[in-house]
Design a protein around this ligand. Structure first.
Ligand code: FAD
Length: 281
């Protein structure tokens, strides 16, 4: 298990309008008390949120905080990527979350440049063109990527992605810590010892979590699913239970040596703040 210092980070998506942008500013102010290493912002593959991601990253930097834009290579070409990376570099961005990305459903996967089909290609491209300008984060899947041919292949692809020049990784969310510890051990056996930070998804409802988990290959274990379903319309009890479960998950991960936590905030500070406070972060 990595001995790197523990890092805390928070993920946003680009707000959809000015009001949401103002709200996100408040969220950032609430979360900065936990001294995160960075705030990341998602990117719609194919460039659908290009301006929104750039605006959010600019807002974060103007608040005097570290920003880590996500960048997806699928559906992009090198000239576009270069232009965006130059803009980020000039803004003072030091960290990029490099991804393949998912095109909107129905559009399939296509690469404008044949050598930008996988995240490892994007990592290689950034390293070749920008040397060490950016700390490169990549995605990891302790429960394996939904399109993986096999567990072994997925691990091999993750290892290749790290060898292409990644500095650290953030995982898809999960509720079974054993999957994370197993994944970290497996990749360590193949020589990958870079920090793999667990991605944490707070629980604030059942239907949405269930839908999203099905699409991204994250498992909501049966015991948890049935318990969440049993709250039906009692959202206060569901949230209280979800807080306990996720706080305990974080405790287990940190005690087991996880190098930090990356929270999927869904642009809300409330639940995430409570978890961080309970963890004494
Ligand atoms: P890859 O590492 O390329 O892997 C994707 C699949 O391809 C895997 O099944 C892998 O096994 C396989 N593969 C990899 N290399 C090869 C190869 N050489 N040959 C054959 N198969 C290969 N999506 C967005 O659109 N925008 C975001 O901002 C975003 N942020 C994310 C942040 C995190 C922390 C995580 C975990 C995911 C995020 N995603 C985002 C989702 C992500 O884009 C999808 O899961 C996508 O399907 C895979 O991206 P990747 O970078 O993991 O791809």
């Amino acid at each position: 298990m990595s001995q790197a210092p523990r890092t805390l980070s928070f993920e946003f998506f680009p707000p959809r309008n000015e009001q949401a942008r103002e709200q996100l500013k408040i969220t950032r102010q609430q979360l900065r008390q936990f001294s995160p290493a960075f705030f990341s912002c998602t990117y719609g593959a194919g460039g659908s949120t290009r301006d929104g991601t750039l605006q959010t990253v600019t807002d974060i930097i103007q608040d005097g905080l570290n920003a880590a834009p996500h960048l997806a290579c699928i559906g992009a070409n090198k000239a576009e990527l270069r232009q965006l990376l130059n803009t980020y570099r000039d803004l003072g961005v030091k960290r990029i979350v490099a991804l393949r990305g998912d095109m909107p459903s129905g559009m399939g996967l296509f690469a404008q440049d044949d050598d930008l089909l996988h995240a490892s290609d994007l990592v290689r491209f950034i390293r070749q063109e920008y040397n060490d300008t950016f700390h490169i984060e990549v995605a990891a899947y302790p429960e394996f990527h939904p399109q993986a041919d096999s567990a072994e292949q997925d691990i091999a692809h993750f290892v290749a992605k790290c060898q292409a020049g990644a500095d650290s990784a953030i995982t898809q969310y999960f509720y079974n810590p054993d999957a994370y510890f197993y994944f970290v051990d497996e990749v360590a056996k193949q020589g990958v010892n870079l920090p793999i930070v667990p991605g944490i998804m707070p629980i604030s409802g059942f239907a949405k979590l269930s839908r999203f988990s099905n699409s991204c290959g994250a498992e909501v274990p049966r015991w948890l699913r049935l318990k969440l379903q049993s709250f039906a319309d009692d959202s206060a009890s569901l949230k209280a239970f979800g807080l306990d479960v996720v706080t305990q998950l974080c405790e287990t991960l940190l005690k087991g040596g996880a190098p930090g936590l990356h929270f999927y905030t869904l642009n809300n500070a409330g639940t995430v703040s409570t978890i961080c406070q309970r963890l004494g972060l």
